[in-house]
Design a protein around this ligand. Sequence first.
Ligand SMILES: Cc1ncc(COP(=O)(O)O)c(C=O)c1O
Length: 383
Amino acid sequence: MIYLDHAATSWPKLPEVLQAMTGFLERAGGNPGRSGHRLSIDAGRIVYETRELLAQLLGAPDPLRVVLTPNVTYALNIAMLGLLNPVTDRVVTTGIEHNSVMRPLRALEAQGLELVVVPCGPDGQLDMEAMQEALLPGARLVVASHASNVMGTLLPVGEIAELAHAVGALLLVDAAQTAGVIPIDAPALGIDLLAFTGHKGLLGPPGTGGLIIAPELDPSVIRPILSGGTGSRSEEERQPEMLPDRLEFGTGNGPGVAGLGAGVQHLLDYGVDAVRAHECALTQRMLDGLGKIPSVTMYGPLDVERRTATVSLRIEGHSVSEVGWRLDEDFGVLSRVGLHCAPAAHRTLGTFPEGTVRLAAGLSNTEADIDVAIGAIREIASA
Ligand SMILES: Cc1ncc(COP(=O)(O)O)c(C=O)c1O
């Protein structure tokens, strides 16, 4: 079996990730921050260490500004719903966003938010002139993916940050597709809020993710969208002011956070630069091989420096569901087909409503895997 669905979730999980998860339950099963006994203290230490590792990997100067959430969807909602006033605010976003960005924004738009969606070109590249025009003074927030989950296109988040800051807007980046696979230094890029998920490039388990809040951003501007127990300031019936407690509600996913810490430690040891080099080599091989099959249309930039390893394609004369089914049944190649939770991106590409076949290589794949996938697509295309 060849797993090429790393854009959905990375697999297989590393042995050290599994060990960290079972180890948490077996040896540190207390509730972090709630009790004073050794099991609670051990659990709290593991959670704090994961914050430190994430801060190191993503360039956050303060581990307490790493808010842990169940996934990037929660992180994005905490940031957008907490920050925005739908009656007064204007938000700018892009034409390739995932529903984790678009659905909360459309819901806020229905309450009065002014929403501007800046178009992207046919390969997903953002129209920076249109972005500049959309960023009139008064915009409150720009929300942008770091990379598309449909065709891998990278957006220039550093340049977007400059444009946003020039008019006093904040930048929220959805790094679901890039954290762990592209080096990210959030302060250097000028990212005010960095939302990430733990189960993709960060190599952790499902049910993990987070939001990194820049040191310059006053956390009191983000209203907590939920409230409840934190283990801190128990005498108060209001949500604590300080981070991360202000934006973490109830008992977290201790085993998941322990597994995420092990995944991030692996990335720090291996090096995100090395991950990127590996994935660029696999992507180049995939693009070269698929490019030789006449009935295949590929989407996204052909320059691997401008994209991730996520490759979307269609084969003339074959529905995407047939291709996905045959890849799995006949060749053991696991892909994803359809709209990938990002209808806006497909409208941009012109692949709405059928969608695409998505082949997304990751750290665990080899050149031989890519060759099998190319051979399988060639054979399906020739039938
Ligand atoms: C760009 C992007 N944003 C958001 C998400 C949502 O991720 P999660 O389901 O982990 O919240 C995904 C993953 O599918 C994604 O690729």
